[in-house]
Design a protein around this ligand. Sequence first.
Ligand SMILES: Cc1cc2nc3c(=O)[nH]c(=O)nc-3n(C[C@H](O)[C@H](O)[C@H](O)COP(=O)(O)OP(=O)(O)OC[C@H]3O[C@@H](n4cnc5c(N)ncnc54)[C@H](O)[C@@H]3O)c2cc1C
Length: 473
Amino acid sequence: MADAIVVGSGPNGLGAAIALAQAGVSVRVLEARDEIGGGMRTAELTLPGFSHDVCSAIHPLGLASPFFRQLPLAEHGVEWIQSELPLAHPFDDGTAAVLERSIEATASTLGRDAGRYVRLMEPLCRDADALLEEILAPLSLPRHPLTLARFSRHAALPATTLARISFRDERVRGLFAGLAAHSMLPLEAPGSAAFGWILMLSAHAVGWPIARGGSQRIADALASFLESLGGKILTSTCVKTLDEFETRSLVLCDVTPRQFLGLAASKLPDGYRRKMANWRYGPGVFKIDWAMDAPIPWKAPGCARAATVHLGGSFEEIAESERAPWLGKTDPRPFVLLAQPSLFDPSRTPSGRHTAWAYCHVPNGSEVDMTDAIESQVERFAPGFRARILARHTMATPDLERHNANLVGGDIGGGANTLKQLLLRPSASFYRTPLAGVFLCSSSTPPGAGVHGMCGYNAARAALRSARGVAEG
Ligand SMILES: Cc1cc2nc3c(=O)[nH]c(=O)nc-3n(C[C@H](O)[C@H](O)[C@H](O)COP(=O)(O)OP(=O)(O)OC[C@H]3O[C@@H](n4cnc5c(N)ncnc54)[C@H](O)[C@@H]3O)c2cc1C
């Protein structure tokens, strides 16, 4: 079996390396930064003793991933912590809609949409494992076609249409808008509803956990398991061109199309080069981390029971906010995704202190400082919040891209989630490139963004199939 190089140590780079090493391939991972992990890093961004997740914080897909589930992550240091509620979504009247772990408990908070919610979610949750397997697998003939068809009927719709036909209660529509906004698409876009469904399904099926100590623990566990299989990782090693690798090696690139062009453009045929050049990046994000002397003083009690809180109020307000980045604008009242891990994991802060993490969507490449806009949204649902801030750390889109070259223009998804780019990610050949032995394995391949390692795992399987074909041929 050939040797393999993996460029980049995000969840997909490490996932690819593990899948290759498990198949007996000798693997080296080359990481540009001093630290491994890509989007799974944790650092003292504000004050000594305060650990902040620089990128990912909440991991439903990490727990749902069929690949991660096979790995001995617990033995290598990952401990998942579930908050009592996966999600709270506060409103101006001091109440909150919530996602509970159980469908029935969630429905009991959804007023006149309760029965409808149960009827929609129960059949999906009954087949949750099969469905999550289908959603996270590369596009191919489905193994569970009926389950997938049941899901797709609702998922392919724009979130606006879905909310209109499925829910009558304004609060439930608001809750759904926040979930669908994870798509980073305008909520009028086809397919935006899919993200809402996947997140609701995962809340009931596996929960939305955080990793004790921070997301870095997931990266460290993947690296430790890889090393136990004989894999090697070199940090501070930025790959500038693929020319430096021997042709007999498999090369898996945990990078997005624009970076891949930088690594290999001169060798690529015109058609593929054009496809990579035309790859469309989505909105960026503006991110804030806070060190605080007390928890966030939420008006709605449900908010203190959830590690994730969505701040944006009604469906219409969130829809307007999500439209703005696509029109090149920032919204003064942005939809804010907020995590408060220290409420459930005291190991992250000095005793009695707290951290919070939040971001909003902005135009790709935006340099606008959204600190005041984000903090005003928190203050709106938690008066007195600002008085509890000890220190803050902010990242506009150029800071994010400096932190990790894959965050092009601050896009945290490896490319816009338009229907076309979800289906042809990043081309009809998915992980394969026109270069023999060279594969893409980042979130710019199916199934896309999130800490689940499935892009890496799927790419490694494609690489192994091709290496076996070459060996046999
Ligand atoms: C602010 C933010 C919040 C997020 N929140 C969540 C969340 O809560 N839950 C969730 O599941 N996901 C979240 N995500 C998304 C998640 O982090 C990504 O989808 C995931 O990390 C993508 O994994 P990847 O392996 O494809 O790429 P990355 O994790 O981006 O890793 C790519 C790696 O490749 C390295 N690299 C790039 N170019 C080179 C080169 N030329 N040579 C060597 N190394 C190179 C980079 O330094 C990086 O380490 C978030 C992302 C961000 C930025």
